[in-house]
Design a protein around this ligand. Sequence first.
Ligand SMILES: Cc1cc2nc3c(=O)[nH]c(=O)nc-3n(C[C@H](O)[C@H](O)[C@H](O)COP(=O)(O)OP(=O)(O)OC[C@H]3O[C@@H](n4cnc5c(N)ncnc54)[C@H](O)[C@@H]3O)c2cc1C
Length: 411
Amino acid sequence: MITNKTVDVIIIGAGPAGLFCAANAASTGKNVLVIEKNPTPGKKLLLAGSGQCNITHEGPIHDFFSHYGDHGPFIKPALMNFPNSALISFFREHGLDMVTTATGKVFPATLKSTDVLHILEQECSTYGVTMQYHSPVQEVRHTGGQFFVVTRDTIYCGNSLVIATGGVSYPGTGSTGDGYHFASSLGHTIVGPAPALSPVIADGYQFGDLAGISFESLHFSLWRSGKKVGSHRGDLLFTHQGLSGPGILDYSRFIHPRDTIRLSFAGPVSKDQFVKDLTEKIATHPVSNVKTIVLQYKVPERLVATLLKLSGVPDDLTCAHLTKQQRNTLVTNLLEFPVIVAKLGGFNEAMVTGGGVSLQEIDPKSMESRLVQGLYFAGEVIDIDGDTGGYNLQAAFSTGYLAANAIITRK
Ligand SMILES: Cc1cc2nc3c(=O)[nH]c(=O)nc-3n(C[C@H](O)[C@H](O)[C@H](O)COP(=O)(O)OP(=O)(O)OC[C@H]3O[C@@H](n4cnc5c(N)ncnc54)[C@H](O)[C@@H]3O)c2cc1C
């Protein structure tokens, strides 16, 4: 076992939080070492936004706070200190322009995560950050005011330590929860963790054959033990096993197994108003096919065929022959189609991890541990998870930046 010379800062994890923290801390002359278990950095960053990297969201930074569940107040100082505008400027200044979608998501103009990662690596190299790949950290010790970070064959020593190891979702990218063990070995409490931004796996699912059909801004309500407990509107996707898409992923923190999600394909509209409208259309077009009338509600044609079948309405049935019972079933299926939640996707499918290092024990103005001086946290390892739309990467960059600032000014 070799003991290496002491560096100013050791950062565990070369994800966006670790790399950005490293570059910023090193930019003031600090001697920074990043230790990464994978042979290359940013494995999860490369998957972000399906490889296109939805880096942040547009709009005033104040609008971000509500996108982190109840944890908005904790992340506020980090976001205020390094907001979305600063992140966009950083990449523009490094030659990577940004584009914004109609829904406010910000992407690199090249739509390539590799370009984002390349700039982070370049920035680390410019400021002389030492990158140590292929080196899973096994253990972290704190003695005599210094941190000792143990890998397979080396013990590294640092004056400050940043744990930026990510959460536990998509473990194949390297985030396997190691940071929780390091933090708890240094006295920290770990909340959860649980999958977040998870797809829904449904029971008795009727739309497996329609996997891939997506809906813009679909309205749905959530029911538990026969009572409505919430509603939401967002983009939704049929998968082979259930429901996904940003609308479902963002709302997944409220969904429990055995809940019913009622999908409003023809809404949002009140049931009374919909029944009135449908009844009028049927009455005025007696020789038209029911299918033709239903298509007027802008429901995808393949889904209409399935909904008619589930409502016991033959494909070629004319309006004059539609029974009251068939009409009522059709109304339910079009306006409040029930999807029963078997379970939510696990860590292999969840885009982020809910839970992490407890916020009570981290100073939100510096990301420094309240328990151990010189210990910092950045990124998803902290008990912070944001909605889809760029909120998680912004949190990784903002917390990494704040930790770097605090390290630079540390006495
Ligand atoms: C499929 C997918 C798509 C996503 N898309 C988006 C998106 O478009 N926009 C968005 O905002 N968010 C997105 N996210 C979430 C976002 O990618 C993460 O929140 C973000 O990467 C967290 O950054 P991080 O640096 O904290 O952790 P990570 O990116 O997970 O990096 C942690 C690093 O630490 C390393 N590490 C862990 N343990 C050890 C150890 N013991 N020793 C050494 N190294 C270790 C890991 O190998 C890893 O490289 C997506 C997530 C997934 C899974």
